[in-house]
Design a protein around this ligand. Structure first.
Ligand code: XIL
Length: 348
């Protein structure tokens, strides 16, 4: 009896750790640090915390990069302090991205100052946290096949100013200033058996190969994993193949932004919760079977705060339920699906 109770109360981080994996979640400073009960849920379930906004160049009311000359670490330092005080490690997201950039950057950036701007950003930010970061998303979302380039790279502000070399530069700089943080390339739209995901997988593998052949110090691949409940275009074998191809390149793999949109499934909350849980289970069963996968991060922890309420709202206006805990911080079927997936995962 005592044993059964203990296994029921084991948190996600404990179940993950029992297999040599980690579990974590993203949070915004203002949500996490204004609610003790929410903070307690993070402390209980997570061994890794990801600032959802606070390490982007500009997001929220106190941006990391208010202007060309300034770096404001107020919020990110507070999140680091929270993490360390409670035994979590902080995962950095993200040094280079085409979104959440300040207007001054978009207005200033040109081919003659871009290298200097990227260099000073990474040197300052990665150095500020050196030795204290679990892993850095060094480059986020650099692939966009529909942009029409033969290498599949996105026509981002950085690509326009520096060409594809901005990616190599970002990884090299990060390695120079913080050799201890695992260096991750992170992207989305990779998990389904659709033609757009298939072509993105191809482009991603091509990019990783190019980086590795050039000696660029990328160490891991982050699969964001924004899933959809009720999505039938899932092919376990194709996903396994992709994971294996990444692993064969010598890369570790992280699941970095897992959540399950319930935008297009029936309103009934228990039906929805079951379909969301099914999506978590189906996905994690495949992913955790790949030995190169080292951990899982959900993009938020409780349905109380999720980017999907703005990004993928339901037509009927009902609150979305994409995360492991409900709005009252109670464990949902999704939580149990993740828990079981960890329990069933092979030991690393
Ligand atoms: C999202 C945040 O969750 C939102 O709060 C913010 O407004 C925009 O960014 N891919 C990423 C994340 O890499 O940074 C995004 O996060 C979600 C999609």
């Amino acid at each position: 009896m005592a044993i059964a109770l203990e296994s029921e109360t084991q948190s996600l981080k404990q179940r993950a750790a029992a297999k040599g994996l980690f579990f974590g979640a993203a949070a915004r400073h203002r949500d996490l640090l204004s609610s003790q009960s929410l903070a307690n849920s993070y402390i209980r379930e997570c061994s890794v915390l990801v600032p959802e906004w606070e390490l982007k160049w500009a997001a929220g009311d106190l941006p990391l990069r208010p202007n060309l000359d300034r770096f404001d670490f107020t919020r990110s330092d507070e999140m680091l302090r929270f993490a360390r005080a409670n035994g979590l490690s902080l995962r950095g997201h993200a040094l280079v991205w085409h979104l959440s950039n300040p207007r001054w950057l978009r207005e200033t950036l040109n081919p003659s100052n871009a290298e200097q701007l990227l260099t000073s950003h990474i040197r300052t930010v990665a150095a500020h946290f050196a030795g204290q970061i679990h892993s850095w998303d060094v480059v986020n979302e650099a692939i966009e096949v529909p942009d029409g380039r033969s290498d599949g790279l996105r026509n981002s502000l950085w690509l326009e100013s520096l060409g594809e070399a901005y990616i190599d530069l970002a990884f090299r700089l990060t390695a120079q200033v913080d050799s201890r943080a695992l260096r991750v390339y992170n992207d989305y739209g990779l998990q389904y058996a659709t033609s757009s995901h298939e072509s993105k997988r191809k482009a991603a593998l091509k990019l990783m190969e190019r980086l590795i052949v050039s000696g660029t110090p990328v160490q891991a691949f982050g699969i964001q994993s924004h899933l959809r409940a009720g999505e039938t275009r899932f092919d376990a074998e194709r996903l396994r193949r992709f994971l294996k191809d990444l692993a064969d390149l010598g890369l570790k793999i992280l699941i970095t932004e897992l959540d399950v949109s319930d935008q297009n499934v029936p309103a009934n909350p228990s039906v929805r919760d079951r379909l969301v849980a099914d999506a978590y289970r189906e996905y994690l069963d495949v992913v955790l079977d790949e030995p190169a996968v080292i951990g899982v991060v959900t993009w938020g922890l409780s349905d109380r705060h999720t980017w999907l309420s703005g990004d993928k709202p339901r037509e009927d206006g009902l609150p979305v339920r994409p995360l492991p805990l409900d709005e009252n911080l109670e464990r949902k079927p999704a939580w149990w699906a993740i828990a079981q997936a960890f329990d069933n995962a092979p030991l690393r």
